[in-house]
Ligand binder design. Sequence first.
Ligand code: PLP
Length: 355
Amino acid sequence: MKYNFYAGPAILPREVIEEASKAVLDFNGMGFSLLEISHRTKEFIAVMDEAVALVKELLHIKDDHEVLFLSGGASSQFFMAPMNLLDESMKAAYVDTGTWASKAIKDGKLYGQVDVIASSKDANYSFIPKGYTIDPSYRYLHLTSNNTIYGTQYKSFPETSVPIICDMSSDIFSREIDINKFDLIYAGAQKNMGPAGTTLVVVRKSALGKVSRKIPAMLNYENHIEAGSMYNTPPVFPVYVSMLTLRWIKKNGGVAGIQKMNEAKADALYNEIERNGLFYTPTAHEDRSNMNICFLLHDTELEKEFLAKCKEAGCFGLEGHRSVGGFRASVYNAMNMEGIEVLVGVMKEFEKVKG
Ligand SMILES: *Cc1c(COP(=O)(O)O)cnc(C)c1O
């Protein structure tokens, strides 16, 4: 048995992969592969419609928000969001909680004035800044709900009259968040939803159409809304697999059900990190991510040996990001408790030998 702890592209439910593989051979008994049919067929339109409907249902999205499946990765939203929402004369606030937030800041500066109103950079992004004031004149506040590399996560979002834009790439569908409160959220599929190649965007319609610049058609949210995410050829296969994953989430109790599982998984692993004298986590207790669990060995000399033991037990993808070091267990929705138990078992065994 192999357990997939990779940070992204990441684990998907086995049954989703099996069903997707069948669609590659023969989609819906059409006698064609999903990969060779027009996106204008009624069969694929039904896939897009169901994917959008499931996002709305699972996230309890109301009518003033639109759901889009775009391409270009979450990274394209770093510029597409300000391009559509921020005029040159306007100011936007950003919170810098790590590598992805920094990239969003850099691109935001191309379209207007950007203030980094809070940052945990000096502490190697080991916590989520809190207690800062947000001037109500900002066009928007940009946040990153889960910091994939550093293992921190917002447990609550600032209360403010300023519209919030949030990069939810690595914790979308992992816990209940009221998306209706945000003007725009986006998430690359490959962390918790599907294969790489599509990005989920949920945007408040009334926030659009207010900037004066000219926007290329492909980068204009309004065009994609009007065309139902089919302004150009959509990423057919990633949208299909995402739809299957959304069905799987629904079957597993919806986001609330998944959240319970995720909390139990994260608790089990953090408890062992705290109990086991060989390990520690660098992240602030109240900001610890339930998706990406970063931990280190006090004795860094033992890192290679520990990773080898993990692999022997079937646990893969545990190397920490190069900017943090140590280990990172990405425990997205599709990781089950068994995988956590196997990893905890390896940590206990390692303690017996080295402790
Ligand atoms: C992975 C990730 C991204 C980048 O996603 P791409 O689809 O590769 O552009 C952006 N933000 C966060 C929080 C991520 O985890």
